[in-house]
Design a protein around this ligand. Structure first.
Ligand code: IN0
Length: 412
C-alpha cells in the first residue's frame, strides 16, 4: 500500500492527517445536490471518475467559474478520448476531431463505440453538451473556440511524428497550450482575474506547455509500449537511431543525456509559469493553477538523470502530492516549493552531461526568480519524533489501517 511509503516521510503523514481533518473543507465545497440539475449531477460524477484529485481542485473554484471550468475540462476530456482511441480508424477520426465543437450544439450527439478507458464521457456527452448550452455566452465562446482549434490541431499530428523542437511546441500547443489560453480567458471572463491575463495568449500557452512537456518526458515507456512517440526526433536521434534503444540498459548513458536535454528544454518554461502565477489575485484560481505547476516541477526533479524513466513509472508519492497541494496556497509558498526542487536538480547535474552548462544556468535563473524567505525543506517541517510516533501508534492501535487507506484512495 502506498501509505506505507509515507511512514518513511512523517511530514507526509502529517499532511494527510491535516488534510483529512481540516483541509478538505478548504478545498471541497459543500454542495446542495437537491437544487442541482440532473445533467449537472452527471457532470460532477464524470469529473470525479475521470480526474479524481484534480476534480477536487476544480470544485474548489469560486461559484460561476467552477461550472465553466468543469464543463471545459469534460469537453476537453471527450476530445482527448477521441484522439487517444486507437480503435477508431483515422479516416473516421479526422472528421470527428475537426467537427467535434459542433457536437456541443447537438442535444443528441453521443458516441457509444469507443474502447478507450474514458469512453463514458462520450457515452454521456448529452449531459455535458446540455450544461455547455446552459453556460453564460462569455464562457461558451471560449470553450467553443478552443474546442474547434484543438480538434483541428490534433489532426495535424495523427499521421505525422513530432520531429523538431518547434513541432514539439506546436503539438503541445494544440493539446495543452490551448487549454492554458482557454483557462486564462475563462478566468478573465469571470471577472475574478484581470482582463489582461486572458489577452496574453503567449504566456498562457507556455503554462500549458510546461505541464505537457513534463507529461511527455515522464511517460516515455508507457507511450513507447503503446507504440506512440512524443519525444522530438531531432533530439533523440542525436543519441540513438532508434528511440526504443533507450529502454535497453546498454544505452543508459545515451538515454539519460537525451532525457536531461528534454528536461532542460522544459526548465526554460519556469519563468513563464512564475510570471503567470504572479498575476493571479483570486485564491481559488491561484490554487487551481499552482497545484499542477508544482506537481510538474516535482516530476521533472524526480525524472532528471533518473534511469527509472526507461524501466518503469516515475511517480510522486501520494503523501508528497497531498503535502504539495496543501502547501501551494500563496505565491511565496509556491516559490519556496519550486526553489526546493530546482536546488535538487542543480545539485544532481552530472559534470559530463552534454547540456550541463545550460541546465545549470536555467536552474540559476529559476532560483533568482524564486527568491523568498519561505521555507519548504523536508527537515524544517518534520514534526517532532513523538508526533510521528503518535500518529503511527494511533493508526495501529485504533485499527485505522483500512480506513486510512480508503481515505487515501478517495483523496487521490
Ligand atoms: C488542465 C491542467 C491545468 C490546470 C490549471 C492550469 C492550467 C494552465 C494551463 C494548462 C493546463 C492547466 O491541469 C491538469 C492536471 C491534472 O489533470 N492532473 C492529473 C494528474 C496527471 O498526472 O495527469 C490529476 O488527476 O490530478 C492537466 O493535466 N490537464 C488539464 C486538462 C484540462 C484542464 Cl481544464 C486543465 C491536461 C493537460 C494536457 C496538461 C492540459
Amino acid at each position: 500500500m502506498d501509505i506505507l511509503k509515507s511512514f518513511a516521510h512523517p511530514e507526509e503523514l502529517l499532511a494527510l492527517f491535516r488534510f483529512k481533518l481540516g483541509g478538505c473543507d478548504a478545498v471541497i465545497p459543500k454542495y446542495d445536490y437537491g437544487t442541482m440539475s440532473p445533467s449537472m449531477k452527471v457532470c460532477l460524477e464524470l469529473l470525479v471518475r475521470t480526474s479524481r484529485s484534480f476534480a477536487a481542485v476544480i470544485q474548489a473554484l469560486d461559484e460561476e467559474l467552477r461550472g465553466a471550468v468543469c464543463n471545459f475540462y469534460l469537453v476537453l476530456r471527450a476530445l482527448d478520448t477521441v484522439e487517444d482511441d486507437m480503435s477508431i480508424p483515422n479516416e473516421v477520426k479526422v472528421p470527428m476531431l475537426k467537427n467535434f465543437h459542433h457536437n456541443l450544439l447537438d442535444p443528441d450527439w453521443k458516441f457509444m463505440d469507443s474502447k478507450d478507458k474514458d469512453a463514458v464521457v462520450l457515452q454521456e456527452f448529452p449531459h455535458i453538451s446540455k450544461e455547455f448550452r446552459a453556460l453564460p455566452e462569455k464562457y461558451r465562446d471560449v470553450i467553443w473556440d478552443v474546442c474547434a482549434k484543438m480538434g483541428n490541431g490534433m489532426t495535424v499530428f495523427l499521421e505525422r511524428k513530432v520531429d523538431t523542437l518547434e513541432e514539439w511546441d506546436e503539438y503541445c500547443h494544440y493539446v495543452a497550450g490551448l487549454v492554458g489560453i482557454g483557462l486564462a480567458r475563462l478566468f478573465s471572463a469571470s471577472g475574478l482575474e484581470e482582463s489582461s491575463l486572458g489577452m496574453d495568449t503567449a504566456l498562457a500557452n507556455r503554462v500549458g506547455l510546461f505541464l505537457q512537456k513534463t507529461n511527455i518526458i515522464r511517460d516515455y515507456l508507457e507511450d513507447l509500449n503503446d507504440d506512440r512517440i512524443f519525444w522530438p526526433k531531432a533530439v533523440w536521434s542525436k543519441y540513438r537511431p532508434d528511440i526504443g534503444d533507450f529502454a535497453k540498459p546498454e544505452y543508459q548513458q545515451e538515454a539519460l543525456a537525451c532525457l536531461n536535454e528534454l528536461i532542460t528544454n522544459a526548465l526554460e518554461l519556469i519563468p513563464s509559469s512564475l510570471h503567470f502565477m504572479s498575476q493571479l489575485h483570486n485564491q481559488s484560481v491561484f490554487n487551481f493553477v499552482a497545484i499542477p505547476q508544482v506537481m510538474a516541477i516535482a516530476t521533472l526533479e524526480r525524472c532528471y538523470n533518473n534511469p527509472k524513466v526507461f524501466s518503469g513509472v516515475v511517480k510522486i508519492r501520494k503523501g508528497e502530492a497531498v503535502r504539495m497541494m496543501m502547501g501551494s496556497s500563496s505565491f511565496d509558498k509556491v516559490k519556496a516549493i519550486m526553489k526546493h526542487f530546482v536546488v535538487q536538480i542543480k545539485a544532481r547535474i552530472p559534470e559530463s552531461d552534454p547540456h550541463s552548462k545550460q541546465t545549470h544556468s536555467l536552474c540559476q535563473k529559476a532560483l533568482s526568480l524564486c527568491d523568498t524567505s519561505q521555507q519548504y525543506s523536508t527537515s524544517s517541517i518534520y514534526p517532532p519524533l513523538y508526533v510521528s510516533m503518535g500518529l503511527m501508534l494511533s493508526a495501529i492501535a485504533y485499527n485505522y489501517w483500512s480506513q486510512i487507506g480508503q481515505w487515501y484512495e478517495d483523496l487521490l
